[in-house]
Ligand binder design. Structure first.
Ligand code: TXA
Ligand code: MG
Length: 328
């Protein structure tokens, strides 16, 4: 049985218990400012292997190491470029993950056998306190079964991973609601691998031009950011994207319609959900809303496409992926 402990702040005694579980090679789900992570001692290959087993995650998909500060990131990389220094100074702790050439300290399983490591310094006080209490980098993917929606509440973790995790630290709803921005600094030019709370414009203001990687990845190959595999972050319900204001002419079965900024008239029996025209608010609520509709038994979710400007990039990205139909 999975133990769920409420955690109210960085001084909470539940953190000591969680640190002991991690030090012994166990799995602890914990809140970050983006989504809940499924943590293990990132320098213990057997512990990291338990993450892959719990998530049903392919061995080709590397995991992020979470550190408390720049000082603990340095031994994990072969080289700390000027761009990393500038970005970490501005955005760490915060929702920006940097991909860098790994040092020999990083176990192969963390890197999925590749030459680079993804590093993130989370801003959530519970995540910070947990990393410091363990005194080691924590490997932590999002705390969900592979290909499913990321968790923004402790209950999401419990229902997705059930008994596969030793302890869940319940710190309430996460704030950003979408996963961190991932920037690859291992090549000749900075490359955005996953859009997130830190936008391309913010990165470019510090770095100059940033490439945006949009390639679809080949199944089974080691991927640039395998989280970018086409179908990902998906609810169980079928998700369709429609033009703003499109509405529905008729509907059968349990259907929800999600409008942004306004809700058109809907056929009887359709559940209408109105989200505000505010990218940050929609990002924070999106996964929780999809989880909620899934749990309530909706089998079809029709959602209006968000605006095409950059503020909505991460939301559009997750919706696009969630709405791709499963391949046979
Ligand atoms: O906000 C977040 O980043 C959350 C919280 C828990 O920190 N974590 C998260 O981890 O989203 P995960 O594993 O669900 O997504 C991490 C993504 C995956 O797509 C993975 O392929 C990519 O990061 N990644 C990890 N290591 C990488 C590497 N060395 N090179 C390129 N991509 C990497
Ligand atoms: Mg994930």
């Amino acid at each position: 049985m999975t133990l769920i402990l409420q955690v109210v702040g960085p001084e909470d005694p539940s953190l000591r218990e969680a640190a002991a579980v991690l030090a012994a090679g166990g799995l602890v789900a914990f809140p970050t400012e983006t989504v809940y992570g499924l943590g293990a001692d990132g320098l213990n290959p057997e512990a990291v292997a338990r993450i892959y087993a719990a998530k049903g995650r392919p061995a080709t998909n590397p995991v992020i190491l979470h550190v408390a500060d720049v000082g603990s990131a340095r031994p994990l990389v072969a080289h700390w470029p000027e761009a990393a220094r500038v970005l970490a100074e501005r955005y760490w702790p915060g929702p920006l993950t940097l991909v860098l050439p790994a040092s020999e300290v990083v176990p192969a399983i963390v890197r999925a056998g590749g030459p680079t490591v993804a590093l993130r310094c989370p801003a959530h006080p519970v995540a910070q306190a947990l990393i410091r209490a363990v005194g080691r980098p924590l490997a932590a993917p999002s705390a969900n079964r592979s290909q499913h929606l990321s968790p923004t509440l402790a209950e999401h973790v419990a229902s997705s991973l059930g008994g596969a995790v030793d302890l869940i630290l319940d710190g309430g709803a996460t704030q950003a609601g979408l996963e961190s921005t991932i920037l690859d600094l291992s090549g000749t030019r900075p490359r955005l691998l996953r859009p997130g709370p830190v936008t391309p414009a913010e990165l470019e203001a510090l770095l100059g031009a940033v490439d945006i990687w949009e390639g679809a990845v080949q199944a089974g190959a080691r991927q640039d950011a395998p989280g970018m595999a086409e179908r990902h972050y998906a609810p169980r319900a079928r998700l369709e994207l429609v033009a703003p204001g499109a509405g529905l002419s008729s509907a059968s079965g349990r259907v929800a319609y999600v409008g942004i900024g306004a809700l058109p008239a809907l056929p009887a029996g359709v559940r209408g959900v109105l989200l505000p025209m505010d990218a940050k608010v929609v990002a924070a609520r999106l996964f929780a809303l999809l989880h909620e509709l899934d749990d309530a038994g909706f089998t079809r979710i029709v959602m209006e496409r968000p605006p095409s400007d950059e503020a909505w990039l991460a939301v559009r990205d997750r919706l696009q992926r969630a709405s791709v139909k499963e391949m046979a």
